[in-house]
Write a protein of this length. Structure first.
Length: 350
């Protein structure tokens, strides 16, 4: 059995986890900085890295304790996110991981944050068993920084089918929520405001849906601009777009538009490439409307769908531990005794 301690500090969550054989999550601790960033309405990089410094030791200690690991040397490897993300934030996790690897002599596995999101779907959680090893697997990564459709032909084998041409879906949720003053972070705020709201008052575009030149690409900046134009139009008509009922109705239509494009393009790609499983991951995969809509769509197509348990949707370290296990498998852990790991703010998956 391979016990991996994983560390994740790419953005605004300080996280540590212990994962066995890439699937069994023994602990998954996350110290969120949401309250720190709320007053800025977004993640403030300087504040984020300082908060990671303050939290990291405790979070790692808690993850080890919860997993019943007495000494770091009892583990088999250390894994850490080395990109993409905020350089100053990544550095805190990478330096902590290097220190532990150096002191214990354990291998150090650098993990791409996006690969972590992908492998959040392989972790077994209560009532949410992980994905199987049947390929091809079609993956939709949908987070605050990325919106990508990726085809996996095997573990660690990725082909980028399409991506956002501008903003990520989560970024659009955050910007639209700010515009409508619905709260921070935007995704959960829009979801909450939109609950039970009828979709008959406003109509927003479904960008790039049924566009053959961009069949598997996305565009969310246009949708955000459409919301902005709608609010200006309402203001001209003497209607306050930020009044709670109006903001909720706009938010609900925005969510419906965002979700429809995500689900339809994923379904199209899954059929085109004969996917045997579909995985949706990243912070936006916590969205209830997306989960319900995707479940219905893929049940109709008869393709098994995986969406992680909520705790594994937004940034966490269990997904990094899962990814690290599958990443080291071909060569084995002995290939990872190199402490020269650096951070990469923009590290692509493929
Ligand atoms: O994966 P993640 O935690 O960090 C990145 O790697 O970017 O994703 C954060 C993003 C944010 O944009 C947040 O608004 C969005 O995920 N998000 C949601 C929900 N929960 C988080 N978007 C829609 N609905 C949600 N329930
Ligand atoms: Zn993420």
């Amino acid at each position: 059995m391979t016990h991996i301690l994983a560390i994740e500090t790419s953005c605004d969550e300080t996280a540590a986890a212990v994962v066995v054989d890439g699937r069994r999550v023994l602990s998954n601790r996350v110290a969120s900085q949401i309250e720190m960033h709320r007053r800025f309405g977004g993640v403030f990089p300087e504040v984020a890295s300082r908060q990671h410094v303050l939290a990291i030791q405790t979070v790692i200690r808690e993850a080890l304790d919860e997993a019943g690991v007495a000494r770091v040397a009892d583990l088999d490897a250390i894994a850490v996110t080395h990109g993409p993300g905020l350089a100053g934030s990544l550095l805190v996790g990478v330096n902590a991981a290097k220190g532990l690897a150096f002191a214990s002599g354990l291998p150090l596995i650098p993990v791409n944050h996006l690969e972590g999101h992908v492998y959040s779907n392989w972790a077994d959680m209560p009532n949410n068993p992980g994905a199987t090893d049947e390929f091809p697997v079609l993956v939709l990564i949908v987070s605050g920084g990325h919106t990508e459709l990726v085809l996996m032909s095997g573990h660690g084998e990725y082909r980028l089918l399409g991506r956002t041409l501008d903003d990520a879906a989560g970024e659009a949720f955050d910007k639209v929520a700010r515009l409508l003053e619905l709260g921070y972070p935007g995704g959960p705020a829009i979801q909450k405001a939109a609950e039970g709201v009828a979709l008959d008052r406003f109509s927003l575009p479904r960008p790039l849906l049924h566009n053959n030149d961009h069949r598997f690409n996305f565009s969310y900046s246009g949708l955000k601009t459409a919301v902005l134009n709608l609010t200006r139009q309402l203001e001209r008509e003497g209607i306050d777009p930020k009044a709670p009922e109006t903001a909720a109705a706009i938010g609900a239509e925005f969510q419906a538009a965002a979700v429809e494009v995500l689900v339809e393009k994923t379904a199209d790609a899954a059929q085109e490439y004969g996917a045997r499983q579909v995985c949706i991951c990243g912070g936006v995969s916590a969205n209830r409307a997306l989960r319900v809509s995707a479940q219905e769509r893929f049940a109709g197509l008869g393709i098994p769908l995986h969406i992680p348990a909520f705790a594994l949707c937004t940034d966490n370290a269990a997904m990094i531990g899962a990814a690290a296990y599958f990443r080291q498998q071909p060569s084995g852990l002995s290939a990872y005794h190199n402490l020269g790991v650096d951070v990469h703010a923009s590290l692509p998956l493929t």
